[in-house]
Unconditional design. Structure first.
Length: 388
């Protein structure tokens, strides 16, 4: 560490730890959007064939935002991080004139989009998450006024002042907790916090990408905070390394993007952020043309993202109302069980009630998330149960 950028522009190159040349996308001023997601009129930064492996160097927004001074070198230096351990692409962005309105724009630095050759609306993009590797040994967990699961209660203390700015970040009165990571005796990364007596509190990590999505079929700006049928800021912690996301295609090329990298997140994400942490993420993209039997639907297409892990199928529900998000997840789980696993709806509903956990993905992104974990082993005697 640190994993500094491998190139200034997207292209094909050798990435340490990966055999042969693969496609690479840096987080540069020409490959990112700050606070917004790619839409139907955004040109891709790279085009790749189906089956391509693509490595993204992604950046956490934490340490770069206005309430932290928009000076990543100064901010992390104040936490004891030497300049040699600060990412060069983060410094480039915070030192640039790239506009970002802290009160209006989303916080996320979104990298892409990447077009997949031949993708058309109605198709499905299969995204395999091959690796999510920390680029630095530290991250940040933040709680901001008016946000999180307890707005008005946390953070404690005065509200932001009217003249708060990057020049006077302390006037925002937000709370950001610098959080280093280190390896334990078994070689596993652990997050490290301390209590008031200075005693350590350690917790295991599980890296994943909070933002994964495809371009929405609109010419209007798409804010980076609320997720939608195009994916985006879904914050489903179960979609880490070794898992798959199936995404409906809305525009030619699909135009995949990623960002909001997390070292670990608990369901709910109650403070506002996870342990936000810059990552090098590796994906394999497979284009499934409409009607492909590997698509998790009877129609041969999808209306919203669907996840798969080694042990579970993941039905995702999204809605600004948490009750409605729950209904959305239940309906999506019912749809999958009836269409792909041959269950009658009443029996599928009974099964979900008895055997499937519905978890609150997050409650802090305007549009709230619930995801259902449908256990694969329960269907071991069902023909063609696996989608892969």
């Amino acid at each position: 560490m640190p994993l500094q950028p491998l190139a200034d522009q997207p292209g094909k190159l050798v990435v340490p730890g990966i055999r042969g040349k693969v496609w690479y996308v840096p987080s540069s001023l020409s490959t990112i959007k700050w606070g917004y997601l790619p839409n139907a009129v955004d040109a891709p930064v790279l085009r790749v064939p189906s089956g391509a492996t693509v490595v993204f160097d992604t950046l956490s927004h934490e340490g770069l935002l206005e309430d932290q001074g928009r000076d990543v070198l100064k901010y992390f230096g104040s936490k004891g991080v030497p300049a040699t351990m600060v990412l060069q692409d983060a410094m480039t962005i915070t030192r640039s004139s790239l506009p970002h309105d802290f009160s209006k724009d989303g916080p996320h630095i979104v990298t892409g989009p990447v077009a997949i050759e031949g993708a058309q609306p109605g198709d499905v993009l299969k995204v395999e998450i091959l690796a999510v590797t920390p680029r630095v040994p530290y991250g940040v967990i933040s709680n901001r006024h008016g946000k999180g699961a307890l707005p008005g209660e946390m953070p404690e203390g005065p509200a932001p002042e009217a003249d708060a700015s990057a020049a006077q970040p302390e006037k925002y009165h937000n709370v950001s907790v610098f959080t280093p990571i280190r390896k334990d005796k078994q070689g596993r990364w652990m997050g490290v916090l301390k209590n008031m007596q200075g005693e350590e509190v350690t917790f295991p990590t599980a890296p994943f990408m909070g933002v994964m999505g495809v371009a929405a079929a609109t010419e209007q700006p798409v804010h980076s905070v609320p997720p939608g049928v195009y994916g985006g800021n879904m914050d489903v912690k179960d979609l880490g390394v070794g898992t798959v996301v199936y995404m409906p295609v809305f525009v030619e090329g699909a135009n995949f993007y990623t960002g909001d990298p997390h070292m670990v997140q608990a369901n709910g994400e109650v403070a506002l952020t996870a342990l936000e942490h810059s990552m090098r993420a590796t994906f394999r993209f497979t284009l499934l043309k409409k009607g492909d039997s590997r698509i998790p639907s009877a129609s041969g297409s999808l209306e919203k993202p669907f996840g798969e892990t080694k042990d579970y199928w993941i039905a995702i529900g999204l809605n600004p109302d948490l009750d409605e998000a729950m209904k959305d997840a239940v309906r999506e789980a019912l749809r999958f069980l009836t269409e792909k696993l041959g269950m009658e709806r009443a029996v599928a509903f009974a099964y979900l009630s008895a055997a499937t956990d519905f978890n609150v993905s997050q409650v802090v992104d305007r549009t709230k998330g619930i995801h259902a974990l449908i256990r694969k082993r329960d269907f071991s005697k069902v023909k063609k149960a696996a989608l892969r």
